[in-house]
Write a protein that binds this ligand. Structure first.
Ligand SMILES: Cc1cc2nc3c(=O)[nH]c(=O)nc-3n(C[C@H](O)[C@H](O)[C@H](O)COP(=O)(O)OP(=O)(O)OC[C@H]3O[C@@H](n4cnc5c(N)ncnc54)[C@H](O)[C@@H]3O)c2cc1C
Length: 325
């Protein structure tokens, strides 16, 4: 494609990606597509595949390192697919993703169960906040996790207080064939930081929560957030945890952050990328860091930990290289 009007949705050429990630490094996409509805997402994804080059999906960019320079091909962003709503609120028929119908046609769809429906680009912090305001429990463990619903489902985001897939009831997926599939929780195989979705694109998801009291839900959120803020550099530019926690049996229960700290990795810097002094598993951009700085630092830290402990840490954060995924 050579013109932005040839795409089935809003499109930008040579679009800056660093500003679209939380780490704020990296170059630009040859094409960035910004569908605004689930239907446009399907059309955009299929058109991008037909174009023949590399195709990537961008959520909130909170778990991503984008390479310096041009990223050839197409990046499809879910940034404009931000809608979320209560099941039955504005949905119709058997399709929870069909919204914007007159309220009188939707009332009998609400079976009283506490469910939230979100499109792929719905903000995770926004969903957590909405659940808290409703007094619905299940998303508290994701407080302080930036990014989108689609990215959270794909990564099975979470931590010691719970994971995304604990509350997923159904995920609407776009298959590489261009067909849609509603994947039920019972048929999915999520694991640690992996939703197990393979090549599927998350179009939206239904989250099943539990009724609780608003003060109880809010109190848990407050407590988890306080603990998170004390332990992680949440106000600095980062991409969350760099490495997965290794099998506790091989490390005596030590997390990746502790292994990095014990290997003397905290404070290690390459250019303007530095291992956080607060948390050994975070790399922060002190301003003007490049992807090359960050990627070199990751390898240096990995080597240090391997030398010291014999454990080769596995990357959690995704890297988009100029040459393809
Ligand atoms: C300060 C900070 C704290 C964090 N804390 C946590 C934490 O406690 N626990 C945790 O698990 N993570 C944490 N993270 C990492 C990050 O927030 C999560 O991994 C988040 O779920 C990523 O979502 P995203 O939308 O930003 O995904 P992106 O970074 O945009 O993408 C990540 C991957 O998901 C794919 N993807 C994105 N959207 C979709 C979609 N709709 N369908 C299919 N694939 C898709 C992308 O192609 C990419 O491969 C933290 C990050 C930061 C910066």
């Amino acid at each position: 494609m050579t013109s932005s009007t040839s795409w089935p949705c809003a499109a930008l050429s040579s679009a800056d990606l660093s500003a679209r990630t939380t780490l704020k490094v990296g170059g630009w996409a040859e094409w960035l597509l910004e569908p605004a509805t689930p239907e446009e997402l399907v059309l955009a994804w299929c058109a991008a595949l037909e174009a023949g080059g590399p195709v990537r999906l961008l959520g909130g960019g909170a778990n991503l390192i984008v390479d310096d320079g041009e990223l050839p091909g197409v990046v499809v962003s879910t940034a404009r697919l931000r809608r979320s709503f209560r099941m039955g609120d504005r949905t119709v028929g058997d399709d929870p993703f069909q919204i914007d119908v007159p309220p009188e046609k939707t009332r009998d769809q609400d079976d009283g169960e506490p469910r939230l429906v979100g499109w792929a680009g719905a903000s995770m912090p926004g969903l957590v906040r909405a659940a808290g305001e409703l007094g619905w429990s299940g998303l508290e463990g994701l407080v302080g996790v930036p990014g989108s619903l689609g990215g959270g489902v794909r990564m099975n985001a979470g931590g010691r207080w719970g994971d995304m897939w604990d509350v997923v009831e159904t995920v609407r997926c776009l298959l590489p064939s261009g067909d849609l599939e509603d994947l039920a929780r019972a048929d999915a195989t999520p694991s640690y930081r992996d939703g197990g979705l393979g090549e599927r694109v998350v179009v939206g998801a239904v989250l099943r929560l539990e009724r609780d009291s608003k003060p109880a839900v809010r109190e848990r959120m407050k407590q988890y957030l306080t603990e998170k803020r004390a332990a992680q550099p949440v106000t600095e530019a980062s991409c969350g945890c760099i490495f997965k926690n290794p099998d506790p049996e091989t490390t005596g229960g030590k997390t990746a952050g502790v292994l990095v700290e014990e290997a003397g990795g905290k404070g290690l810097a390459r250019g303007n990328a530095m291992v956080s002094e607060l948390h050994g598993n975070f790399i922060v951009n002190r301003g003007g860091a490049t992807a090359a700085d960050v990627l070199t630092l990751i390898e240096d830290v990995r080597d240090r930990v391997a030398e010291k402990t014999g454990v080769r840490l596995e990357r959690e954060v995704e890297v988009w290289r100029g040459g393809g995924k």
